[in-house]
Design a protein around this ligand. Sequence first.
Ligand SMILES: [Zn+2]
Length: 334
Amino acid sequence: MEQMSRRNLLKKTLWGSASLVGLSAMTPLYVHASMEFKGPKVPDVDAVKVSDHCYYIPALGSSPSPENYGMFSNPGFVVTPKGVVVIDTGSSVQIGEMILRQIKKVTDKPVVMVINTHYHGDHWLGNHAFVAANQDVKLYSHEAVQKVLKTDGGKFWFDFMQRNTDNKITGTVVTIPNQTLKGGEVFGMGGVTLKVHHFGRMHTESDVAVEVVEDKTIYMGDMVMRRIANMEDGSYKGTIAGLDSVLSLPVNQYIPGHGKHEGKQLILDGKEFMETIYKNTAKYYDEGLSDFEMKPKIMVEPFMKNVASQWSGYQSTLGKFIVVAIKEYEQSMF
Ligand SMILES: [Zn+2]
């Protein structure tokens, strides 16, 4: 019964109306939920300063667990004269609150804008905290994020994160962005310029990257990472082409959604990884090999042996990546 009523409450807040933002103004039901059922506070993780205005908060692990509170991606923030812009909000309201505490250590300015780089739950479930802190905050994403989260995605990712953290995100209300990005937007923030890029389907069809022009720094979301995790919504050809576009931008610091920030080598390696899998999959597919026959052959490629084999998820998830590559290659023939 208890479980049921919470579920209904969540559904209500999820599907109630477009007034998700208004909900943080605290209807009686909402107060009831947040006071009686709230997962534990996430311990503070100091922000890393990358450039004059750009920071990120490093993940506590490479996949979600009860021990890391589901904090397995890097929320970022940009401090500008016109307020703080947050890029990705983590997997829960508790992570969102932790991000707000770290921002306070750096500036008194409010968070005026949030950008979600794509619809995977570790990049937006924390939105709730920012709306609770400032009702005027604007939540931005590519329109595909909003579409996915309004259909099955919102509930899917909430449940996914609850299951993987032993219900530590309890109290999080699915808060869907309502400002749409297409790529090409430029936000002048009092001398700090943010440029939004969308390169088509890379990690998902909804990916945006945020370039902070004066800092020559770019937030990449999950378009690139030294980690082998989730390719189900992605495209090899799209990622390879998109990373080429990234390489042509006048930036020299790249902040991925997972793992440490780096220089250009992050993008070069990310691209070589995608190319090595896709080209070899195509070659062996044409020779009639199945995915499990391809895998050992791809694993002896120099790039895989020397570089990718160090990445988290290599042993467990490379096979899945090959299956996705086969699917994309087959589709490309029609
Ligand atoms: Zn992702």
